[in-house]
Design a protein. Sequence first.
Length: 180
Amino acid sequence: MSRFVVDVSDLLKMSASQKPLRILENTGPLVLGEQRFSFLKPVELNIVMENIRSGILVKGSAAAELETECSRCLTSVSVQMELDFEEVFTAGRKQAEELLGKEEAEEAYFIRNETIDLEPAVRQALILSLPIRPLCSEACKGLCPYCGQNLNIKKCDCKIEEIDVRMEKLKKLLDEKENN
């Protein structure tokens, strides 16, 4: 059983009780569009679980180190993440609707057999915090669009002409004139 699955039977028996917990656990990669993020180390959770009568409130922080590709030059890049999160786990849909409202209850997390599975909530929090376009550095020059050379390593000999589309017809006329 995954360490992300936590027995909360003792918390359910005592109203307003709390339980701190630290978890180090491996998990599979995260995918955001075409970008894949692999975990370099186990995810570290430092949480406090609290019985709030209508469910279990989980508050805490998550830390992870992920590896992906730079969106400009495709080299490997490490992404450090530290985030706070807060989720409520309820016994069922009715309690979730009462606590969170009908629309948010659709995305609620539930207590099953006196256990809660933290992994979906943690993965969702991490996905929402991922960089949309990870970069190896802000100054990354990317790849040459013609030959594919990594411009951070070596400059290529490709001639890159940027033509203003508004002047394209004028360039065509000048080229015709030169050829005649």
